[in-house]
Design a protein around this ligand. Structure first.
Ligand SMILES: Cc1cc2nc3c(=O)[nH]c(=O)nc-3n(C[C@H](O)[C@H](O)[C@H](O)COP(=O)(O)OP(=O)(O)OC[C@H]3O[C@@H](n4cnc5c(N)ncnc54)[C@H](O)[C@@H]3O)c2cc1C
Length: 695
């Protein structure tokens, strides 16, 4: 990486030139860096807000799942069969599903080789279990912190290969270049956060960026993403990278004081679901009004253990998603606080637990686990003591404390679009991991972690096949960077103008909380078009303001304010995509319920309709086009801002395209071998440092 100091838009800043940049240090980013280095791409770096940040490093669940090709037992499996399961999720491209499946055993073996402790039996079989949206036993786990184990091992590899890691750097804009029909990446603008009181802008000139910045986690108030993950999808959309399936998220029940998924044993031990008034008085068990019998209610709680995400198809009589619905109604409509209580048994339970009292499935499981006595806490301690310790390590004693919960956003199935090499139509950009829109309506549990490895491996391979980058000179790059740098500098200066009488701008902290509340209220798992439209209009209003609705009192707040700008753009795109989908009259699917007064189904008085079975045959793609630069005759002569505020607003574009099927299985070894030698073989052996282009 070459470093010089340049002056641009009147500001001196560092300019770093390098072959390929990886943004993000989660499971996807670290694997991307490891694979690039393995292919001999030397002039690379990882840019990250922090190795200690992001979803992979800071999250987990009862048994965090990794989805891979079946490698044990007698059940037959193949890449194609796994691709069919991924494809069956709906609104998924078949070729992308096939690549994810085909690379799965390689990625898994790599993780095992570098030390991730996935369990195997005495014969070396990596045994699996069944996960949601899966009819085989492809799931495995390295415990509650699988993704953390993955990043620890991957980081060790990246350090072993001496890849520079640029920590405390925040990407705040991508720099696109080229004509509108052939846009490409020219570089990136970042904030150096080393001195938080005075963040400095830094320019990166690089034409290949692996975008591993994770999901747009900061969008929701009710969220089980770790607070340290916010995401950077908005700035990629701003640069012209299209996204797909932005309507498709996963929501489920999670604790809120310490953010954690309440799946698996947390539900299977049958805690009480209680609500209280805001002051803690008037405690009551609220689930029973939604079920015909107490045993039905407890059976549904048990099922939540492995039917964790909300699913409108599970809202029928006795369905497990009624539990999410009841939690939502209790908190959002009735204004009460909602908790899980492990201290005593739910109403109607007699000991020892019996099939009559809790349902046959729950009873069979708990009896086999030797957990039919005691309180929910006793059963949890017996079946999964780590689950108890985890909360204890965050100051929550489940033997004594109520655990506050909400229905929370957990994963974005959609994201930035890429082809079967994870290459964006914005050339040079490779969205990988959760930033990539590889999934659609449903996905098997654990497939997100497979994506972090398969997508990044594939993108690194594509870059290696092209050989080293040839960068244009710095002067022409600075010309390309100038409008982007100007736009950010002028936003910062508008944010920093002193408070005026009647000023409606908010400081960045309260601004973020309002933005997140807006999304949870209008665009969580319960959606209706009027709420989405007014939330989208509020976003428009803020985007059309030179200061984006924010007032920044001191320079130390600039990183948060620019992070909010990223979220605002992502929120505008998501809400616009949801409105566009509502216009298509899709119905309810995936993990969201479209409220519909004319719907043919009902649950506790609300009406809805399920999406047609073929609704996943099409994929929605969304793109934003921001004005390149506002012409000078439209600028206010005094402030220099556009006279018409709509000059700041992007145009949204949507298309609904048929999914690409899984490619036919017509390979023949002799012909594929020849094709491989002329097209795909990377001459570099691992670590020999050379790489020649064949494409
Ligand atoms: C509670 C919970 C449980 C889950 N359980 C499972 C499970 O069991 N199985 C499964 O498959 N998946 C699960 N997931 C999803 C899975 O953990 C994530 O999809 C995956 O870890 C994402 O990895 P990633 O590398 O793409 O992104 P992340 O791990 O989020 O990493 C993103 C990185 O980008 C950096 N970054 C972001 N923005 C910027 C910026 N502007 N500038 C610089 N750096 C930036 C971050 O600091 C971070 O280093 C779960 C998620 C949650 C929240």
């Amino acid at each position: 990486m070459q470093k010089t100091v340049v002056e641009i838009a009147g500001v001196k800043m560092d300019l770093c030139r390098l072959d390929t940049l990886v943004v993000g240090s989660g499971a996807a980013g670290l694997n991307a860096a490891d694979r690039l280095a393995a292919h001999g791409i030397r002039d690379i770096a990882v840019l990250t807000e922090g190795l200690d940040r992001g979803t992979s490093r800071n999250t987990g669940s009862d048994k965090q799942t990794y989805y891979k090709l079946n490698m044990s037992g007698a059940s037959p499996d193949s890449a194609r069969s796994m691709a069919e399961t991924l494809f069956a999720g709906g609104a998924v491209h078949g070729d992308i599903a096939l690549v994810q499946a085909a690379l799965s055993p390689l990625c898994f073996a790599h993780l095992v080789d570098i030390g991730v402790p996935f369990p195997h039996n005495e014969y070396g079989e990596y045994i699996g279990y069944r996960t949601d949206h899966d009819d085989t036993t492809r799931a495995t786990s390295a415990g509650p912190l699988t993704s953390q184990r993955m990043v620890e091992c991957l980081e060790r590899e990246v350090r072993r290969r001496n890849v520079p890691i640029l920590e405390r750097m925040q990407a705040v804009a991508l720099i696109p270049a080229g004509p509108p029909d052939a846009r490409r990446i020219a570089g990136l603008l970042a904030l150096d956060l080393a001195d938080r009181r005075v963040p400095r802008f830094v320019l990166f000139q690089c034409e290949r960026i692996l975008w591993a910045a994770g999901g747009p986690a900061g969008l929701y108030a009710d969220s089980v993403y770790p607070p340290s993950q916010s995401g950077a999808t908005g700035i990629a959309l701003e640069a012209g990278a299209p996204a797909r399936n932005l309507t498709e998220w996963q929501y489920g029940i999670a604790s809120t004081r310490f953010r954690w998924n309440l799946s698996g044993t947390y539900q299977q031990v049958l805690p009480r679901y209680v609500s209280t008034a805001l002051d803690g008085s008037d405690e009551r068990e609220f689930l029973y009004e939604y079920f015909e019998t107490d045993a039905d209610a407890l059976g549904a709680v048990f099922l939540k253990g492995y039917q964790w995400p909300f699913d409108p198809a599970k809202l029928g009589v006795g369905g497990s998603s009624i539990v999410d619905f009841a939690v939502f109604r209790e908190s959002r409509e009735r204004g009460r606080r909602v908790f899980l209580d492990y201290r005593s048994n739910p109403r109607g339970v007699t000991l020892p637990l019996s099939a009559v009292g809790i349902g046959a499935e729950a009873h069979a499981y708990l009896a086999r686990s030797g957990a039919v006595e005691g309180t929910p806490f006793d059963r949890l301690l017996r079946m999964n003591p780590d689950a108890v310790d985890l909360y204890a390590s965050h100051g929550i004693d489940l033997a004594r404390d109520l655990l506050e919960i909400a229905v929370c956003a957990q994963h974005c199935n959609g994201g930035l679009a890429g082809d079967l090499w994870w290459h964006s139509p914005l050339r040079g950009l490779y969205p990988v991991g959760e930033a990539a829109g590889s999934f659609g309506i449903h996905r098997p549990g654990g497939s997100a972690l497979n994506e972090t490895q398969a997508g990044s491996r594939r993108a690194a391979q594509h870059i290696a096949l092209q050989g080293p980058a040839r960068l244009p000179d710095a002067e022409s790059f600075l010309d390309e960077a100038l409008p982007v740098v100007r736009r950010r500098l002028s936003a910062v200066s508008a944010m920093m103008t002193p408070e005026l009488p009647g000023d409606l701008r908010l400081p960045p902290g309260p601004f973020r909380r309002r933005l997140q509340r807006r999304m949870s209220d209008a665009a969580g798992f319960m959606r209706n078009p009027e709420d989405i439209r007014s939330a989208r209009d509020a976003c428009r209003e803020e985007l059309s303001d030179p200061a984006t609705g924010q007032r920044v009192g001191d320079p130390g707040q600039i990183p948060l304010a620019l992070g909010n700008l990223d979220l605002l753009i992502a929120q505008y795109a998501c809400l616009s995509a949801m409105l566009d989908a509502a216009g298509q009259d899709i119905g309810s699917r995936g993990s969201w319920l479209a409220l519909d007064a004319q719907g043919d189904r009902s649950c506790a008085g609300i009406r809805y309709r399920l999406a047609a079975p073929d609704s996943g045959d099409r994929i929605q793609t969304c793109s934003l086009t921001f004005p390149a630069a506002v012409p000078s005759d439209r600028l206010d002569p005094v402030t220099g801002d556009p006279a018409d505020r709509t000059d700041f607003l992007p145009e949204t574009g949507f298309s609904w395209n048929p999914v690409r099927p899984i490619p036919p299985d017509d390979s023949w070894f002799e012909t594929e071998w020849a094709r491989y030698r002329s097209l795909w073989s990377i001459d570099a052996k691992e670590d020999d440092g050379t790489c020649s282009s064949k494409t």
